[in-house]
Design a protein around this ligand. Sequence first.
Ligand code: B12
Length: 232
Amino acid sequence: MADEDDIILSELDDEELVQQMHDDLYDGLKEEIEEAVNILIARGWTPYDVLTKALVAGMTVVGNDFRDGILFVPEVLLAANAMKGGMAILKPLLAETGAPRMGKMVIGTVKGDIHDIGKNLVAMMMEGAGFEVVDIGINNPVENYLDALAREEADILGMSALLTTTMPYMKVVIDTLKEKGIRDDYIVLVGGAPLNEEFGRAIGADAYCRDAAVTVEMAKAMVARKHNQMGA
Ligand code: B12
């Protein structure tokens, strides 16, 4: 306890503070993460840099140690919770960049899968880039996607899966769109750590996106192409 209290975050320089954030994320210290995010923003960091260099980079360490059996689910949940605390501060700031409306995306994690950090990040970055985003959460059966796409008159469908056992469900959703004759009404983007480009192609998605930044670029390019086609 005393050790934690000894560190005054605001007295650390940027590099030390980011390193401390990686440690605090690892230890699941939500309040410290929130405080540090606010400090970096006050020092003039862009929300995007705070997100990628402090939070996502820290979460990568957590991910590696979870993979290697050094961390377990309860610790990772705490880390995820701390990460969400930081992301909640950044969300309105990322959205504030005030880009023009680019299109509407429905995004959700597929059935059987409750991972949502990556999805939330994609949603935030897309909002920041001017897209309207409707987040339907986790563990979505195909009906949820269909309902949301129709209700929201969306342009883009985004599906997330973090488990090798749940990623095939994306194909179920795409095949259902095909059966209903509405596949081509939407740009379908898929993502999640176990996926790759080949998988995206194999299930009939328009693109696999490695991370949130790539998603934004891909979505922009595809929306522009769709508009051009419609205009032709
Ligand atoms: C955090 C975490 C959890 C947390 C989730 C908390 C939450 N609210 O999300 C908890 C502890 C709950 C959890 C549970 C489980 N987990 Co887990 N988890 C992770 C961990 C460590 C990090 C995931 C993460 O958030 N990464 C950070 C984000 C930013 O990255 P990301 O998700 O990849 O997202 C980026 C891109 O992929 C992409 N992207 C993501 N989604 C989308 C969507 C679209 C549309 C697009 C375009 C792009 C895109 O952009 C994102 C941002 O840049 C990973 C390890 C890893 N290396 O991925 C394991 C991992 C995914 N989990 C794993 C496992 C096994 C499980 C459990 C089964 C464990 C258990 N025995 O209970 C359960 C499954 C529960 C379920 N049914 O879903 C395995 C999966 C192995 C496999 N081959 O399938 C992994 C890989 C760990 C491992 N190596 O063993 N987990």
